[in-house]
Design a protein around this ligand. Structure first.
Ligand code: V47
Length: 365
C-alpha cells in the first residue's frame, strides 16, 4: 500500500501521518484536490484506527427543535422562519415535557435541543425548558444550544456569556452541540448569513464553555459556495482552539441540503466523493479531535456506513423527529432503530459501541 500512496504523490503526507506530525494547510489543499479517494481513505483510516481502533460509537438520543422562529434567516437554511410565517412554530414548556414523556419507555441517554434565534422568548423559558426535561427524565444528559443561541441568550439575559452558561449549567445543561459554525470565513458569512454571530465570536463562546468544563462539538457546512481554502481555514481555527482548550468532543461535517433554501436555487446535493473527502480531510487535519461523526441524517445511512472507512468513528444516534435537514429536503428517515445502527456498523467491518454524550462506553455490543 505504501507504494500505491507514493505513486499517488502522497508519500510525504503518509510519512507525516505515521510520525504523528501535524499536516499543513498546503497538505490539506493537496488532499482536497486529490482525485484518488481510496488513497485519502487509506490515510484517514490510519488516524481513525490509531485513535479509535475499530470502535464505532452511537448514542440513544432524541432531538427536540423547540422553535424555528429565527431572526438570522440564513440563506442556506430551510428551517428558520419569521414569526408571521405559516410554518413558524414554538413549543411551550408543556409541549416539550410531552415530547420527553412520549419516549420514556426508550433508553434515551441524551436529549439534543436546538432552535432558532428567537426574537422574544425570555431567558427564563430556556432555564424552565432544561429543568422540565430533567424533571421528566431525571439524569438524562441535555446537549443544548449552539454557540449562536448561547450568545443570544447572554444578550437577552443581560449577562456575560460565562454567567449565562453557569446559570444554564445549574438548570441542567450538560454540553453543547456543534451547530451554527457554518464556515467561519467573513466572506461566506456575509454572503450566506450576514446577521449571524461572526465566526470569531462563535469560537469565543466555545472557548468560554470549555473553560467552564462544558464539552462542545463543532461543525462545518460544506457543499455550497465555500472554497477549499475557506474550509481549511475553518478547520485550522478549530484545531488551534482545541490545542488551547481540549474542549471539543467531535467534529461533524454537514453536507448542504439545497431544497427550499435561498442559497440552494439551482444547486444540487453534495456528491458522495465530496462527502467522503470532507470526512477524510477533517479526520486528517483535526489531529487533536477525538471523534469525527458521520451524521447519517445528512449523509444517508449508506454513505455514513462507507464513511466509517474514510475517517469517521461515530454514527451519531437514533435521533427521531429531526427538522432542520428534513425541511431542506433530506430524504432520510426521521429516526433509526439502534438495531439498524448496529447492523450498519457491523457490516462495515467495525465494532459498534453504545456511548453516552461524553463517550463513556455503555455497551460494547
Ligand atoms: O447549525 C442548516 C446546519 C446545523 C442546513 O453537535 C444545514 O453532535 C445542511 O449542528 N443543509 C444544525 N445543513 C445541525 C447540527 C448538528 C447535527 C447533528 C449533530 C450535531 C452535534 C450537530 O445544521 C445548523 C447548520 O449549520 N444546516 N441548514 C441545510 N440546508
Amino acid at each position: 500500500m505504501d507504494a500505491y500512496i507514493e505513486q499517488a504523490g502522497l508519500g510525504h503526507i503518509l510519512k507525516k501521518i505515521r510520525a504523528g506530525e501535524r499536516l499543513s494547510l498546503e497538505d490539506g489543499k493537496l488532499l482536497y484536490e486529490h482525485p484518488n479517494i481510496l488513497a485519502l481513505g487509506y490515510l484517514a483510516n490510519i488516524v481513525r484506527e490509531r485513535l479509535n481502533g475499530d470502535q464505532t460509537y452511537f448514542i440513544y438520543n432524541q432531538h427536540i427543535n423547540y422553535s424555528n422562529i429565527c431572526t438570522n434567516l440564513c440563506k442556506f437554511c430551510a428551517f428558520g422562519r419569521k414569526r408571521e410565517d405559516a410554518l413558524a412554530y414554538e413549543m411551550g414548556i408543556d409541549e416539550i415535557r410531552q415530547k420527553v414523556r412520549e419516549r420514556l419507555d426508550e433508553p434515551i441517554d441524551e436529549i439534543h435541543v436546538v432552535g432558532g434565534v428567537h426574537p422574544d422568548l425570555p431567558f427564563s423559558y430556556y432555564l424552565d425548558m432544561l429543568r422540565a426535561i430533567q424533571e421528566e427524565r431525571p439524569g438524562v444528559h441535555i446537549q443544548a444550544f449552539t454557540c449562536v443561541e448561547i450568545h443570544h441568550l447572554a444578550q437577552i439575559a443581560g449577562k456575560s456569556v460565562k454567567a449565562t452558561l453557569q446559570e444554564l449549567m445549574a438548570a441542567g445543561l450538560g454540553s453543547m452541540p456543534g451547530g451554527g459554525a457554518e464556515v467561519f470565513s467573513p466572506r461566506i458569512r456575509k454572503l450566506t448569513c450576514a446577521d449571524k454571530l461572526p465566526g470569531e465570536d462563535w469560537l469565543d463562546v466555545a472557548k468560554t464553555a470549555h473553560r467552564l468544563g462544558l464539552k462542545t462539538n463543532a461543525t462545518m457546512l460544506y457543499g455550497h459556495i465555500e472554497t477549499i481554502e475557506e474550509r481549511l481555514e475553518h478547520l485550522d481555527a478549530l484545531r488551534r482552539l482545541q490545542d488551547e482548550t481540549g474542549g471539543f468532543l467531535a467534529f461533524i461535517p454537514l453536507a448542504f441540503h439545497p431544497k427550499n433554501t435561498e442559497l440552494g436555487e439551482g444547486r444540487s446535493n453534495t456528491t458522495g466523493i465530496n462527502d467522503l473527502k470532507n470526512v477524510a480531510v477533517s479526520r486528517l487535519m483535526l489531529d487533536n479531535f477525538p471523534h469525527i461523526k458521520a451524521y447519517w441524517i445528512m449523509l444517508g445511512p449508506k454513505m455514513a456506513q462507507v464513511a466509517l472507512a474514510f475517517g469517521a468513528d461515530d454514527m451519531d444516534g437514533t435521533v427521531s423527529e429531526e427538522r432542520i435537514t428534513h425541511m431542506a429536503g433530506a430524504e432520510t428517515e426521521q429516526a433509526i432503530g439502534h438495531k439498524t445502527l448496529i447492523r450498519l456498523i457491523r457490516e462495515a467491518g467495525r465494532q459498534p459501541v453504545q456511548r453516552d454524550t461524553l463517550y463513556t462506553v455503555l455497551d460494547p455490543c
